[in-house]
Design a protein around this ligand. Structure first.
Ligand SMILES: NC(=O)C1=CN([C@@H]2O[C@H](COP(=O)(O)OP(=O)(O)OC[C@H]3O[C@@H](n4cnc5c(N)ncnc54)[C@H](O)[C@@H]3O)[C@@H](O)[C@H]2O)C=CC1
Ligand SMILES: O=C(O)[C@H]1O[C@H](OP(=O)(O)OP(=O)(O)OC[C@H]2O[C@@H](n3ccc(=O)[nH]c3=O)[C@H](O)[C@@H]2O)[C@H](O)[C@@H](O)[C@@H]1O
Length: 460
């Protein structure tokens, strides 16, 4: 049996950090070193003050406190971690390509290729290389080719072990996964990884498949999840014109055990770093095999999601008497979902952009997202200059100040704390009529109507 004493993980991000923290916690006899090129990120992972960890995830600080320095290490020394490891996880980012062939759809695999070349160059002993990043189906073939053709004649076994954690619940998803998926060719390598997970995951939840099924299953899982959100969001628009209530419809259909109740919450649109990127990638793969109908089918999930974000912003404009010029809109929430500081592809960014186009001003409050990040998100769109974004968008660290003198409030993230605010006080300090556009169906419509708000929620 192949014994794993040392693990390296390349990429200390939202996946690499929490995943390796839990593997280290559950396998105290294995040394786990997480490496990254980003020295600031590594310094934050090593910060004695656990509130400074680069990623906010409930419960993560305790696990890091338990394992860090014992058998969990964070470092910028990528080469020595590779050299010493028996097993190397690749957990680097795989964003949508922004240039060249496949621009806007295909996954950009430049970071993956760099990792493979670096592993091949540095490795002097046999390694198991694990794809943890989400990758197009058949990427392992490219990895194999690079590793075997440029390596130092050592043996590389490649496994696919996609990660299914969701942000905001990463720790509980890792501690209690629905399943762990491992694809590979070498039974010995597969078993070595099974053994690591088996220290806490029941064996019936550890599935093994061939490489390609594993790689593809990850894209398909995200596509199915996002499809459910787009499906209920499509129905939300129909609800709004027919008098049906999307929450009631979701409840009614979700009681059918064949449909199930999860992932049926209508919203301003899904965000996050993966749903859009992974579906676009699936669309690109289907197209590259000439499967146009398959590509068109999945592309609709994205088209519907874009429509939902713009529809929400347009509804604000229409309701505010067809103009938001010079009006201040308070944004409650900027992250793409609650309990995370991640803002990648957050619906808030696109709603803000649309309202700014109509010359509104915006004041944002989010309990976990920094002003720097919010401006970086807007600047990245490139619609306005950095100076304009700073002039038109204010970021405050108090929700009551965010709503003061606002014409309308847009709820973009479902942070639980928003429910407990003194809404009467907020109402008193706003322009009248005071509007709330609840993009998350979070707040109590009846209560807010009684206070005097004009209240709009998705699909009601
Ligand atoms: N964010 C999430 O919730 C999930 C993400 N995934 C997948 O996991 C992968 C990683 O995602 P995140 O952790 O969110 O990305 P991230 O951007 O937070 O972290 C990736 C890290 O890799 C580092 N990196 C890139 N190239 C490197 C290199 N050559 N050497 C050393 N470090 C390098 C970057 O500096 C960055 O810190 C992606 O493929 C994503 O699709 C999968 C499941 C969940
Ligand atoms: O590959 C990934 O990155 C991950 O993508 C998602 O996780 P994540 O994006 O972190 O968060 P989700 O809980 O899936 O939410 C995604 C978006 O959909 C929205 N959503 C979700 C559920 C719902 O019913 N309605 C809805 O609008 C959320 O608010 C959020 O904006 C998947 O749930 C994970 O299994 C997967 O590992």
């Amino acid at each position: 049996m192949r014994k794993i004493n040392k693990i390296a993980c390349i990429g200390a991000g939202y996946v690499g950090g929490p995943t390796m923290a839990v593997i280290a916690q559950r396998n105290p006899n294995i040394d786990v070193t997480v490496v990254d090129l980003n020295a600031i990120r590594i310094a934050a992972w090593n910060d004695a003050d656990l509130t400074k960890l680069p990623i906010y995830e409930p419960g993560l600080d305790q696990i890091v406190a338990e394992a860090r320095g014992r058998n969990l290490f964070f470092s910028t020394d990528v080469e020595s971690a590779i050299d010493q490891a028996d097993m190397i996880f690749i957990s680097v980012n795989t964003p949508t390509k922004t240039y060249g062939k496949g621009k806007g759809q295909a996954a950009d695999l430049k970071f993956i290729e760099l990792c493979a070349r670096q592993i091949a160059r540095v490795a002097t002993t046999d390694k198991i290389v694990v794809e943890k990043s989400t990758l197009p189906v058949r990427t392992a073939e490219a990895l194999k080719s690079i590793l075997h053709n440029t390596g130092n004649n050592v043996k590389f076994d490649i496994l696919s072990n996609p990660e299914f954690l969701a942000e905001g619940t990463a720790v509980s998803d890792l501690q209690n996964p629905d399943r762990v998926l491992i694809g590979g060719e070498s039974q010995e390598a597969i078993q070595a990884l099974v053994n690591i997970y088996a220290t806490w995951v029941p064996s019936e939840r550890i599935i093994t498949t061939n490489l390609w099924s594993s790689e593809l299953s990850k894209l398909v899982a995200n596509a199915f999840l996002a499809q459910r959100v787009s499906s209920i969001n499509a129905i939300s628009e129909l609800c709004e014109v027919t008098g049906a209530d999307v929450n009631e419809v979701a409840h009614a259909i979700g009681m059918d055990s064949r449909i199930g109740s999860k992932f049926l919450k209508a919203s301003v649109g899904f965000g996050g770093s993966c749903f859009q990127k992974d579906i676009l990638n699936l669309v690109y793969i289907a197209k590259s095999y000439g499967l146009q109908e398959v590509a068109d089918y999945w592309e609709q999930v994205i088209i519907m999601n874009d429509h939902q974000k713009i529809r929400f912003a347009d509804n604000i404009i229409k309701t505010l008497y067809n103009t938001v010029n010079g009006k201040n809109i308070a944004f409650l929430g900027w992250s793409f979902k609650k309990d995370t500081n991640d803002t990648r592809e957050s619906a808030a960014i696109y709603v803000a952009d649309h309202l700014l186009d109509e010359q509104a001003t915006i004041t944002v409050y989010d309990p976990k997202v920094t002003a720097e990040q919010i401006y970086a998100d807007l600047d990245y769109l490139g619609t306005r200059t950095s100076e304009e974004n700073r002039k038109l968008v204010k970021v405050v660290n108090d929700p009551y100040i965010a709503c003061q003198d606002a014409h309308a409030i847009a709820v973009l993230t479902e942070w639980d704390a928003f429910k407990t605010y003194n809404w009467k006080l907020i109402y008193e300090n706003m322009y009248k009529p005071a509007f709330v556009f609840d993009g998350r169906n979070l707040l109590d419509k009846k209560q807010l109507n009684e206070i005097g708000f004009q209240f709009y929620s998705i699909g009601q």
